[in-house]
Design a protein around this ligand. Structure first.
Ligand code: UT7
Length: 340
């Protein structure tokens, strides 16, 4: 007999998406004038041709709020009906209040709780997994999941090892209950905190409180051991993909579209090679660079609006990032199935 207070899980999925990027474009030729680099080097090693850069006064929360409003429009849900806002970011407007609280205020989601998730470039997959669980458990019904970054504010524009890689932007998805079936088939998350030093912003926290000295030492910038992160990324993309496919009981052939974290075209090519189907791997890294937690939701929104996703398509998301963290999810595309 079912206990009266035990409530069964329900399905949940993405009911709408949105994305917002700054208007300003910085291309590789602009970068040639700033650091000792070349368009050829950047394109060959990363596939990036240009990236968007927020203008002065344009905040992470502004991009997040724009993406969130578009996701709500897409789902035909009003901001007042949102009951939770989660923002994945490593570049909140300030250490506190959280970026999610700022966004909640900006979009008028007055009934929503709000908090940030810090899982580096994996942040959107972490946030989506959590949102799905909370809706499935009937705790919340309209959860806005946003990945938003202004990495241009934490990049050292004199460091050619990092400044050519990153860009600004935001993407959002609204997670809602489903009448039948589930919109997230499987999800895996992981972390290895012992290797966090490969990708850090060391200054401004309790380890190195902000001071003239920390600024002189450049501790408020991204510090990255690029080729070690690259090696980690290659292994992670392969292992996380295999693990989530196993968990879902699916094979690579069963996947209709793969949206990897848009860090580097070489990594996207690797995913395509393993899948044996380059047309199934979504890439926009040439236009936006690495936008960290925003990269997957921006790509998901583009793919959706371009008609690349049809009912019941299986979409594989796979990400890695600072922490170190990784995560993968297999979605069933179900945008047209939502109940009140
Ligand atoms: O979202 C997670 C964030 N991080 C990542 O995704 C980064 C993952 N890593 C990568 O994508 C690649 O490691 C990079 C694109 C960062 C670098 O490519 P690489 O093939 O691993 O190059 P490298 O770091 O081994 O450097 C090779 C050379 C070095 O010169 P030397 O020491 O061999 O003389 C670098 O100084 O390339 C030099 N280099 C550059 N040259 C021109 C590094 N950056 C540049 C540059 N322009 N922008």
């Amino acid at each position: 007999m079912v206990e009266p207070n035990v409530r069964t899980l329900r399905g949940a999925g993405i009911a709408g998406t949105g994305a917002a990027v700054p208007e300003g474009i910085l291309n590789n030729f602009d970068l040639e004038k700033m650091v000792d680099t070349s368009n050829e080097w950047i394109v060959e090693r990363t596939g990036i041709r240009e990236r968007r850069i927020a203008r002065d006064g344009e905040l992470t929360s502004d991009l997040a709020a724009r993406a969130a409003r578009l996701a709500l429009d897409d789902a035909a849900v009003s901001a007042e009906d949102v009951d939770l806002v989660i923002v994945a970011t490593v570049t909140p407007d300030m250490p506190f209040p959280s970026c999610a609280c700022v966004v909640q205020g900006k979009i008028g989601a007055s009934k929503a709780a709000a908090f940030d998730i810090g899982a580096g470039c994996t942040g959107f997959v972490y946030a989506l997994s959590l949102a799905h669980s909370l809706v499935a458990a009937r705790r919340y019904s309209n959860v806005l999941v946003i990945g938003a970054e202004t990495l241009s504010r934490i990049v050292n524009w004199r460091d050619r090892n990092t400044c050519v890689l990153f860009g600004d932007g935001a993407g959002a998805a609204l997670v809602r209950p489903l009448e039948h079936g589930d919109g997230v088939i499987a999800c895996i998350l992981g972390a290895d905190g012992t290797r966090g030093d490969l990708l850090t912003l060391p200054g401004g926290g309790s380890a190195h409180p902000a001071s003239h000295d920390t600024v002189d030492q450049g501790l408020h910038y991204i510090h990255m051991q690029g080729n070690q992160v690259y090696r980690f990324a290659v292994r992670t993309m392969v292992d996380a993909t295999r693990e989530v496919l196993d968990k879902a009981g699916l094979a690579e052939d069963d996947i209709d579209l793969v949206i990897p974290h848009q860090a580097n075209q070489r990594l996207l090519d690797l995913a395509a090679e393993r899948l044996g189907a380059p047309e199934k791997v979504y890439s926009n890294v040439a236009r936006f660079g690495n936008t960290s937690a925003a990269s997957i939701p921006i790509a998901l929104d583009e793919a959706s609006r371009a008609g690349r996703l049809k009912a019941d398509d299986r979409v594989l998301l796979v990400a890695f990032g600072a922490g170190l963290t990784w995560g993968a999810a297999i979605l069933r595309w179900c945008k047209d199935e939502f109940r009140e």
